[in-house]
Design a binder for this molecule. Structure first.
Ligand code: MF3
Ligand code: CO
Length: 268
């Protein structure tokens, strides 16, 4: 999500609400799994979205990106998922773009079921990819895992963001600053902002982790310089230098025992 100006209280969820979110998360996981299985040279991003659309329908779930409002009135986001290829960082619109051997592609499924939301994304290889792209995927996923492992009530989020940023920059990559993770629950985007870096501005929206918070953690990592542009479609975010980007996302609940991942497909 992009940064919102005003800040609202962080909504603490009950055990029951968390289980509802896990159900939505299980659908998101299934949708991503099916899309990833279909990724191969020659398929279009529109065809991948159609797989997602059908699977969502089968579960009676909704793709939360569909009709998501933009600043242009009457022009909501047009698809059930976001699909971003190579230099596209996030919010790529599925369509006629064809995947080629050596590409990387991010599939992002924010899913609503029975009034509860989950949000998850993964970047995968199309056929055989370069070692540099493989390292970008590995480090981005590892930075998400590192955040998840470090979640504990009482901890400041900025301490975790600092760990993520350090891991990413040590590998020679950069963290995107314009987009961050977010609280999630009955709506897809809630407070707090969940940054993947530390800065003066970000410290102003820092928060202490509490049991019952539900967060979408989503590092966006680029191989080159961190600056991004928005395409004229009003959605697709691309790296300015054209270098590839990766994005992994899980929805997690903070519990007394640490992070409980709600989008890994488990139903407890
Ligand atoms: N994971 C994405 C995000 O939180 C999902 C966005 S849906 C969109 O930004 F409609 F905003 F594109
Ligand atoms: Co998100």
């Amino acid at each position: 999500m992009a940064g919102q100006p005003e800040s609202m209280p962080i909504v603490i969820k009950t055990r029951r609400e968390i289980e509802q979110m896990r159900r939505a998360g299980q659908v998101a996981c299934k949708v991503l799994e099916l899309m990833c299985q279909a990724v191969k040279p020659g398929i279009t991003t529109g065809e991948l979205n159609e797989i997602a659309r059908q699977e969502l329908e089968r579960h009676g779930a909704v793709g939360l990106s569909k009709n998501y409002p933009t600043y242009k009135p009457g022009q909501g986001y047009p698809a059930e998922t976001c699909i971003s290829v190579n230099e596209e960082v996030v919010h790529g619109i599925p369509g006629t773009r064809v995947l080629h051997e050596g590409d990387i592609v991010t599939v992002d499924a924010a899913t609503g079921l029975s009034g509860y939301c989950s949000d998850s994304a993964v970047t995968v290889a199309v056929g055989k990819i370069s070692p540099a792209k493989q390292k970008l995927l590995d480090i981005t996923r590892q930075s998400l895992d590192l955040a998840i492992e470090n979640i504990k009530p009482g901890r400041k989020w900025s301490d975790i963001a600092r760990l993520m940023q350090a891991m990413i920059e040590k590998a020679g990559f950069s963290v995107v600053r314009e987009f961050v993770g977010h609280g999630i629950g009955r709506t897809m985007h809630e407070d707090p902002k969940v940054a993947n870096f530390v800065s003066h501005e970000q410290m102003r929206s820092d928060f202490i982790l509490r049991s019952g918070m539900t967060l979408a953690i989503e590092p966006m990592v680029v191989m080159g310089r961190r600056q991004v542009n928005m395409l004229s479609d009003g959605w697709t975010v691309v790296t300015r230098d054209g270098q590839p980007a990766a994005h992994f996302e899980h929805t997690v609940a903070v519990t007394d025992a640490g992070a409980d991942v709600l989008t890994d497909g488990r139903l407890v």
